[in-house]
Design a protein. Structure first.
Length: 244
C-alpha cells in the first residue's frame, strides 16, 4: 500500500493533530496511521519499510505526488538515462511527462529514449521535450501548468544550470517556486544534479555534502535523493538503502 505522503510529512501531521486535539503524540500517530489504512503507527512503519524499492522499476511507485526528487552522480554515470526511464514508466501508465534540458539536444534525448524503447515515437501525446536556452523555474511552470495532472512527472536537466543566465532568479528562489508548484499541482519534479568532481567513489558513500553547488541552496527541499555509483543506486533520503 502506498502512503499518501512521505513518513516525515505524516509525522508532522500527527504533531499538528496532537496540538489541536490535546492528545499524546503516540495517539495522534495512530490516528494518522488509521487514516492511511493501518491499525497502528508501528504497523505502518513496518509495512512502509517492507515497501521500499528493491529494484529500479519499483522506484516510480515509491514516489509521491508533490515530491521533489534529486538524482545525482559524477558525469557519465547515467543520470539522464535513469531519469528518462522513470518518465518512460510514467508514459506507459499514460501519465503526462515533461523533460527540460539545458544540457542535451533533442537528438541526444531522442536517441536515449529510443535506447529504452524504439517504439515510443516522437509524437507521444503524453511526453514533451524542451531544450530552450530560456529554461528556468518560471519557464517550466508556464510551459506545463495547462497540461500538468496529478502524478505527472517533470524532469529537469540539470539543477546547477537553472541560474546560469544572470537574468534568471537565484537558484534557491527557483527551486522554492517549483516546490510550491509541485505541491499545488500534485506532480513530481525530478532534478538531475552533479556530484562534486573532488568526490571519489570507493568505500565512502556520497552524501548531500558532495553535491556540487556553485550557488547556495537548501538541499533539504528535496525529500527524496538518489545517488548513482556505476551499477549501484543508493537512496540517502528518506532512508539510506541500496539496490542494484
Amino acid at each position: 500500500m502506498k502512503l499518501s505522503a512521505p513518513i516525515h510529512v505524516l509525522k508532522n501531521q500527527a504533531k499538528k493533530l496532537k496540538a489541536q486535539k490535546s492528545i499524546p503524540l503516540n495517539k495522534a500517530l495512530d490516528v494518522i496511521a488509521q487514516r492511511e489504512g493501518f491499525s497502528s503507527w508501528s504497523l505502518l512503519n513496518v509495512k512502509n519499510k517492507e515497501s521500499l524499492p528493491s529494484k529500479e522499476d519499483e522506484i516510480l511507485n515509491y514516489l509521491n505526488d508533490g515530491d521533489l526528487v534529486l538524482i545525482a552522480s559524477r558525469p557519465g554515470l547515467g543520470k539522464t538515462t535513469f531519469t528518462l526511464k522513470l518518465l518512460y514508466q510514467a508514459l506507459k501508465e499514460e501519465r503526462h511527462s515533461f523533460f527540460f534540458s539545458l544540457e542535451y539536444t533533442h537528438r541526444d534525448v531522442a536517441e536515449k529514449m529510443a535506447g529504452i524503447d524504439q517504439d515510443i515515437g516522437h509524437n507521444n501525446p503524453f511526453f514533451k521535450f524542451d531544450f530552450s536556452d530560456e529554461i528556468s523555474a518560471n519557464y517550466i511552470i508556464e510551459r506545463t501548468k495547462e497540461l500538468i495532472k496529478p502524478g505527472s512527472l517533470i524532469g529537469i536537466d540539470y539543477l546547477q544550470l537553472l541560474d546560469q543566465k544572470r537574468t534568471n532568479p537565484e537558484l534557491q528562489e527557483q527551486v522554492d517556486s517549483l516546490k510550491s508548484f509541485a505541491k499545488e499541482k500534485n506532480c513530481i519534479l525530478i532534478f538531475i544534479s552533479q556530484v562534486d568532481r573532488k568526490f571519489e567513489y570507493g568505500e565512502k558513500q556520497p552524501s548531500l555534502e558532495d553535491i556540487r553547488l556553485p550557488n547556495p541552496i537548501d538541499l533539504n527541499l528535496f525529500n527524496k535523493v538518489i545517488f548513482l555509483e556505476n551499477d549501484k543506486k543508493s537512496f540517502i533520503r528518506p532512508k539510506t538503502f541500496e539496490f542494484v
